[in-house]
Write a new protein. Structure first.
Ligand SMILES: [Zn+2]
Length: 166
């Protein structure tokens, strides 16, 4: 086998995550592995689970190739995060109304995504092992990521209205 030349757009350049863009051992897959380990902690420790949904939506919006492939999956994370950071829905579980609205065969057009997905990444929060500090850091990361999607806020609000709020 010859060397695999870095192809533009493969998202697998060694060391750099193709989603959030941070440099991390293992690149995209390394970032994903860290995410999955932190998710597992959420389910073991309620103090971390307190911001579980906010964490999932934020990570997903920074890794859209994996988690926001369709309009519907984008809506789940974008509207869900907006409802948490702007409307004050519970950061642990988000909106049941949104999940109901997305259930079934609904189709949503996926808009172009922003080029930049926010300055804060998983790399800035992954080492935090104290739950209070984790919740504060995830909140800041969530707001930063939500702001990166500012161009899509009008669409997110329209979807949220259709979903029927909380
Ligand atoms: Zn990443």
């Amino acid at each position: 086998m010859g060397p695999v030349l870095a192809g533009g757009g493969s998202g697998m350049t060694e060391g750099r995550c193709g989603g959030c863009g941070r440099v991390v051992e293992g690149g995209t897959e390394g970032c994903q592995a860290r995410y999955e380990a932190l998710l597992a902690r959420d389910y073991e420790e309620p103090a971390f689970f307190a911001v579980h949904r906010m964490f999932v939506d934020t990570y997903s919006l920074q890794h859209p190739e994996r988690y926001c492939r369709s309009g519907k999956s984008l809506a789940a994370h974008l509207v869900g995060l907006g409802m948490i950071v702007e409307d004050g829905l519970p950061a642990a579980v988000g909106s049941p109304a949104l999940r109901n609205w997305l259930d079934g065969t609904r189709e949503l057009d996926k808009p172009p995504l922003p080029e930049a997905l926010g300055e804060i990444t998983l790399g800035d929060v992954e080492a935090i092992d104290e739950a209070g500090a984790w919740r504060v850091a995830v909140q800041a990361w969530a707001v930063s990521t939500w702001q990166a999607y500012a161009d899509l806020h009008p669409l997110a609000r329209r979807w949220a209205a259709e979903a029927g709020g909380g």
